[in-house]
Write a protein that binds this ligand. Structure first.
Ligand code: SF4
Ligand code: SF4
Length: 151
């Protein structure tokens, strides 16, 4: 590089604004497609585990029985696979980054209790049909055990 071009480069750099920003002292520019952190609307989660199975870094743990959804944000690589594969669309990728921390903690979300199962009310005819079917099955089992043919 000649002295002339070196001096031109140096003077240009002296008067240009810095290429980097002063984050976190100055707010960073947020873009719509920024991948910040995964959030879950736990009230719509059905604990199917699709997000857990599709996570390449095993950052998500779903416990269907306990109805908990857990994420290790320090393991998450912001690939968005969980968001894409959630059948209930309750996962979103926020543009905000995870806050720095001194400890590697996991975030646990507790889902609401499951809705009560609908009560099935049988008519008398249905009850009689079920009883007849059970009696027939019991007779068939007894005949098979005795070694006698049955109708
Ligand atoms: S894929 Fe969606 S609905 Fe299924 S467990 Fe994950 S967050 Fe819940
Ligand atoms: S964004 Fe990727 S790495 Fe992070 S939890 Fe979802 S699937 Fe896992």
């Amino acid at each position: 590089m000649s002295y002339l071009s070196f001096a031109r480069e140096m003077l240009g750099n002296l008067f240009k604004p810095p290429a980097t920003s002063q984050y976190p002292f100055k707010p960073r520019k947020v873009y719509e497609a920024d991948r910040g952190k995964v959030v879950n609307d736990i009230n719509n989660c059905i604990f199917c585990g699709m997000c857990m199975r599709n996570c390449p870094s095993a950052a998500i743990t779903v416990d269907r029985n306990a109805r908990t959804w857990k994420i290790n944000r320090f393991a998450c690589v912001q690939c968005k696979e969980c968001v894409t594969n959630c059948p209930k669309k309750c996962l979103q990728m926020e543009t905000e980054y995870t806050a720095p921390d001194t400890k590697k903690t996991e975030e646990v979300l507790q889902g609401p209790p499951p809705p009560p199962k609908p009560q099935i009310v049988l008519t008398e005819a249905q009850k009689a049909a079920i009883a007849a079917a059970q009696a027939k099955k019991a007779a068939a089992s007894k005949a098979a055990a005795d070694g006698t043919p049955h109708a």
